[in-house]
Design a binder for this molecule. Structure first.
Ligand SMILES: [Zn+2]
Length: 301
């Protein structure tokens, strides 16, 4: 129990919450964790949670954002080609940033740095903030300024530099102190700067369909489990105006199916056999079940 801690609501600090369900870390530890709902602001969060200084033990080397560091270069190249043919989320982010005339980007939690490299290649001025030391080294080797640590610890290192956009791609749900993080992001943005978030939606059809097998819950790594309402609420309180909130196509449906069928991660061969054909049905899939992932663009006001 030493690694666990009970917490007040991370969004409104209320001490009153009700237990919703118990879920399992299907990816790595196979341990069970409890998810609760705040009785005051209704936000859903993991409680008790792994203490912040212990959570790194739950980010295993083949956790998706870090995996690429250990993958063979041929596998990386093949994935890039498939990504270009079947659609790649990085292109979506690029188009979104361009539509807001963004030139400078801070990415929080870039993992192995794929999005940073991609944006740099397309002419953006990019900076990263990442906890994992191997990832930081890899990003720096490519000539990109990357601070190591949590955002609140590296604010001095970033200094007076401001950005047109701050991107958190599948990262915000991992953050222990979301209000403080948003306050820091606000201070790092230029006037009219935007925050670009991709996060799981706990109220989605996909989440309801799969329940504890839904990959978007990712216990114990996901600290807060946002819905459309709760993410809007926390952004508005942090003085952001939500200008876009929509479903984003992602791998979560297929991964959840794997957890449901195998009670652990789908064997990678069967996953890849299903993955690309399934991507062809993207538009039909999105119409019928929507998506378990939401994309949010919010502007500093
Ligand atoms: Zn609350």
């Amino acid at each position: 129990m030493r690694e666990l801690e009970y917490t007040d609501c991370p969004v409104c600090d209320s001490k009153d919450y009700e237990k919703l369900f118990t879920g399992k870390d299907f990816l790595f530890s196979q341990k069970e964790f409890t998810v609760v709902r705040c009785e005051s602001c209704k936000v859903i969060f993991t409680n008790p949670r792994i203490k912040e200084d212990q959570i790194s033990h739950y980010y295993f080397a083949d956790y998706e954002p870090y995996k690429e560091l250990r993958q063979h270069v041929i596998v990386q190249k093949a994935k890039n080609i498939f990504g270009q043919v079947f659609g790649n989320p990085h292109w979506e982010i690029l188009k979104e940033l361009q539509s807001h005339e963004v030139r400078s980007v801070l990415e929080i939690g870039p993992g192995s740095g794929k999005l940073l490299f991609f944006l740099k290649k397309h002419g953006f001025d990019v900076v990263g903030v990442e906890i994992d030391g191997d990832c930081v080294n890899r990003i720096r080797e490519r000539g990109i300024h990357c601070c190591q640590g949590d955002l609140d610890k590296v604010m001095d290192e970033i200094g007076s530099k401001k950005f047109d956009a701050v991107v958190l791609y599948h990262v915000f749900e991992h953050i222990y102190h979301p209000k403080e993080t948003l306050r820091n992001i606000y201070n790092l943005l230029n006037d009219n700067g935007i925050i670009h978030l991709s996060i799981p939606n706990i109220n989605s059809v996909e989440a309801r369909l799969f329940g504890k097998y839904w990959t978007g819950i990712d216990l114990p790594r996901h600290i807060v489990h946002y819905s459309k309402n709760s993410i809007k609420q926390i952004l508005i309180e942090a003085h952001f105006e939500v200008i876009k909130l929509e479903n984003e196509f992602f791998t979560s449906f297929l991964e959840s199916l794997g957890f449901f069928l195998f009670k652990k991660r789908m064997p990678s061969k069967s996953y890849f056999l299903l993955y690309y054909p399934w991507k062809f049905s993207k538009h039909i899939h999105m119409k019928i079940i929507g998506s378990g992932i939401m994309k949010i663009i919010a502007k500093k006001v």
